[in-house]
Design a binder for this molecule. Sequence first.
Ligand SMILES: Nc1ncnc2c1ncn2[C@@H]1O[C@H](COP(=O)(O)OP(=O)(O)OP(=O)(O)O)[C@@H](O)[C@H]1O
Ligand SMILES: [Mg+2]
Length: 463
Amino acid sequence: MLAGLETSLSDQLDKLFMPVRRWGRELQISAYAGSSNEGVESANNANVPSYNTDTEEGAPDKKVVISLKGITKVFGPKPNAAIELMERGLTKEQIMEKTGSVVGLKNVNMEIYEGEIFVIIGLSGAGKSTLERCINRLVEPTRGEIVVNDIDIRALEEEGLRNFRRRHIGMVFQNFGLLPHRNVLDNVAFGLEVQGMPRERRYAKARDAKELVGLKGYEMAMPSTLSGGMKQRVGLARALATDPAILLMDEAFSALDPLIRNNMQEELIDIHEQLRKTIVFVTHDLDEALKLGDRIAIMKDGQVVQIGTPEDILSNPANDYVVNFLNGIDRSKVMTCESLMKRPELIIPLRTGPHTALKMMDDADQDIGFVADRDKRFVGLVKAGDLLKAIKGKYPLKAAVKTTVRAVQPDTKAEELIAILVETDYPIPVLNEQDALVGIIHPGSVMNKVRPDNGEIAQGAEA
Ligand SMILES: Nc1ncnc2c1ncn2[C@@H]1O[C@H](COP(=O)(O)OP(=O)(O)OP(=O)(O)O)[C@@H](O)[C@H]1O
Ligand SMILES: [Mg+2]
């Protein structure tokens, strides 16, 4: 098994070599000015920087902007009878047979945070569109509570609902929904026109939105002359023009060619970084979900099966359905070093004498030590054997430290890490932006975690 693993790893070296060059940080510290080896700091004083593995619930800075509680939707003639049967545990098909009604959503609860891209994914008919449309009551839930930006949406009357939609929500659909007889600028300005904004102002805003999505020079073009990607840019610009806090996107990129789709995903990420809008993005494409989603909700038969960050879902799939759903995806493209690293147990200050350093490593049962300077910046690695030589030759610790070391960041993807591991023979330091050591990755621990649960090696690691 291990031999197989090694072969597959080296096989991909060639492929992965480029990313290493780009992302793996080569640390080269050629000279240490002014540090001496007399002062010895104890291991306990070596301040280990804290790192944050908390990616989910409980983080205090996350404001809930969309809250859905107990949302149930029944399409058809006998909603109450259908709900009763649903509560008795009958299947969707049985309920359909007995009542002629379709259960679209079944007691869905979720909270969406301000500024995140929240992806809803599931197979066709899972209830993704129905759920998304409940947020602005384009679909009227049969039961449940919806609060958006502290507004109780279900309590709104017609006029209030209309205002809410205009002010708070932008929508982007798969089929673009452009007005065929209006040019690009008028399409983009449409939402503002509906809001009653004077012509000059709405054109100014529409121009801003248009530039944001890369439609410069297309103002006067008619929709029929545009490619799919361009049409969807118009759709996106139109949704952004009214500056809504929330964007609802339903399979917005699904009709596009793979290459264009990829571009649009990248651009959406860029736009999101600039504007930090809350985006609820419906897709049936797992790669798209993993690429875009800060968090993902997986739906099945009108219910939410699991909600979490891509890493949460990959490392802790809620049940077999999720495991199967995720099967075949390449975890190494999603998992990051943060979830693969161990907290450093021992950091040796550069000023430590080689004797003491060796004792510290021995006490910690380590053959390799991680050395940091006074400012806690990572300096390099030291091996026990080199310390022995330093003791014998009466050199300071710094002479024994290997400073040309490949390092990664907490958000480096496992894919890049693996490429580094195949050409190194030491644990990989994980450094934060200040170059402080926040974690250590032991090569042996990686493949187990990057492998999917069915025991096969992740697709990308084998290919
Ligand atoms: N207007 C409607 N009338 C009757 N049933 C509906 C209606 N809209 C949706 N449904 C049903 O509700 C369920 C959820 O549909 P929904 O369109 O939300 O699924 P979806 O996950 O968006 O699927 P897709 O990926 O195909 O778009 C399906 O069984 C669907 O047939
Ligand atoms: Mg749909």
